[in-house]
Ligand binder design. Structure first.
Ligand SMILES: [Zn+2]
Length: 146
């Protein structure tokens, strides 16, 4: 199992964002440095959920916002190393939709459960595989750095 390292600040920010948008899903990007032993996340960037049709169980970051996030990351010497979203009143496990809509191979996807407005379990899944056809999620452990 690989390990995703993130600062305490990032960890708390992701969980707080999930509480803020409850009962809708929150989403955002994770900026950091990737390495062979797993990524280290230095910043989380909030994005607006463009899925207004089904915001309680879907999320989507607009391509325009993604470009902005990427530019901002580069300025800080970081790159997009993953994404996060919340599951309001739903376990912190990936869904078939999450897998279908995940395209960043080699990136981490954090899911935080929010139970009745309170942040609960937070899990991370690494998008492994070489192509869209072989991509799959592998659970990874989260290490919070103080
Ligand atoms: Zn999901």
């Amino acid at each position: 199992m690989s390990t995703l390292r993130l600062t305490r600040e990032v960890f708390e920010a992701i969980r707080a964002h999930g509480e803020q948008t409850y009962p809708h899903e929150c989403c955002g990007a994770l900026l950091g440095q990737s390495s062979a032993v797993g990524a280290t996340i230095r910043a989380a960037v909030k994005a607006s959920n463009t899925r207004t049709d089904s915001a309680h169980n879907r999320y989507q970051i607009s391509p325009v916002e993604l470009v902005k996030i990427e530019r901002e990351a580069r300025k800080q010497g970081l790159s997009i190393a993953g994404f996060y979203h919340s599951h309001p009143d739903h376990p912190a496990q990936w869904s078939q939709t999450d897998l279908a809509e995940a395209h960043w191979l080699g990136c981490s996807y954090i899911i935080t459960a929010v139970a009745q407005g309170k942040a609960a379990v937070t899990n991370s899944f690494f998008l492994a595989g070489e192509t869209e056809e072989t991509k799959h999620f592998q659970q990874e452990s989260i290490e919070v750095i103080d």
